[in-house]
Design a protein. Structure first.
Ligand code: CA
Length: 224
C-alpha cells in the first residue's frame, strides 16, 4: 500500500516514514499542502492539519474532491468540533497527536481493512450485486447505474454497500454509524444524513435511499 504522508514537522515525518517503511508500506512525503495536492498515485493519506502554507482542512476538502482514497487526519486538536468537521470534510478517521507508532499502524490497518480490503471479509456477497439498475461491486469498490460508473468516496461506498446488504430493510442511524464509522468517530447522526444526501445526488435519484422517519434509512430501487 502506498501512503502519502503530509507533515511539515521534519522529525515527526522522518520517524513515521522510517517506521512505516519498516512495516512494509511505501511512503511518499509531502511537507506542505500544495505538495500534497500535487501528489499522485497513493492508496491512503495521512494528513497533518497544521501545515505552513494551507489550512489542513482545506487540503482535506480538496483531496476529497479529487480522490476517494481513505484520509486519516493527524491532529493536535482533539475537540469535538474537529472530529465532526473532519467527517464533514470527508476524512475517514483521525488520530490525535502525540500518538504512538503502534497506534498509527493499527489505525492504518483498520481503515485499510474497512476500505481498500473490504471485500472478502464477513458474509458480504463476493460477486457484484445488482439492485435494479444499480450495480455494486465490492471487490473493485465500483458502483454503476445503468452501466454508467458513479464516483463515490470511500465512506459513501461503505454506506451504500452496508444498506445493500439487506435491500428494503430499515437500518437505524446508529447501526450505520457503528458499521461504517469507527466507534470513536461517534458524532452527530446528521453525518449519516449528509452522506445519504450526497449518495442520492450521485445516483441521480432521491428515491434510491428512503428515509424512514424517526428510524433510519433503507435502500430500494426507485419506482418499486
Ligand atoms: Ca504541522
Amino acid at each position: 500500500m502506498k501512503i502519502l504522508l503530509v507533515e511539515d514537522d521534519r522529525s515527526i515525518a522522518q520517524s513515521v516514514v522510517d517506521g512505516l517503511s519498516a512495516e512494509g508500506f511505501t511512503v511518499a512525503l509531502a511537507t506542505s499542502g500544495r505538495a500534497a495536492l500535487d501528489a499522485t498515485d497513493f492508496d491512503m493519506v495521512l494528513l497533518d492539519l497544521g501545515l505552513p502554507d494551507m489550512d489542513g482542512r482545506d487540503v482535506c476538502r480538496q483531496l476529497r474532491q479529487r480522490t476517494g482514497v481513505p484520509i486519516i487526519m493527524l491532529t493536535a486538536r482533539a475537540e469535538e468540533f474537529d472530529r465532526v468537521l473532519g467527517l464533514e470534510l470527508g476524512a475517514d478517521d483521525y488520530i490525535t497527536k502525540p500518538f504512538s507508532f503502534r497506534e498509527l499502524v493499527a489505525r492504518i490497518r483498520a481503515v485499510g481493512r474497512r476500505t481498500v480490503d473490504a471485500p472478502g471479509g464477513g458474509d458480504e456477497p463476493a460477486g457484484p450485486q445488482q439492485v435494479g439498475p444499480l450495480l455494486i461491486d465490492r471487490r473493485t469498490r465500483r458502483v454503476s447505474v445503468d452501466g454508467t460508473e458513479v464516483q463515490l468516496t470511500a465512506k459513501e461506498f461503505d454506506l451504500l454497500a452496508f444498506l445493500a446488504t439487506d435491500i428494503g430493510a430499515v437500518h437505524t442511524r446508529t447501526e450505520i454509524l457503528e458499521s461504517v464509522w469507527d466507534a470513536h468517530w461517534y458524532g452527530p447522526t446528521k453525518t449519516v444524513d449528509a452522506h445519504v444526501a450526497s449518495i442520492r445526488k450521485k445516483l441521480g435519484q432521491h428515491k434510491w435511499i428512503e428515509a424512514v422517519r424517526g428510524v433510519g434509512f433503507r435502500l430500494e430501487p426507485p419506482g418499486r
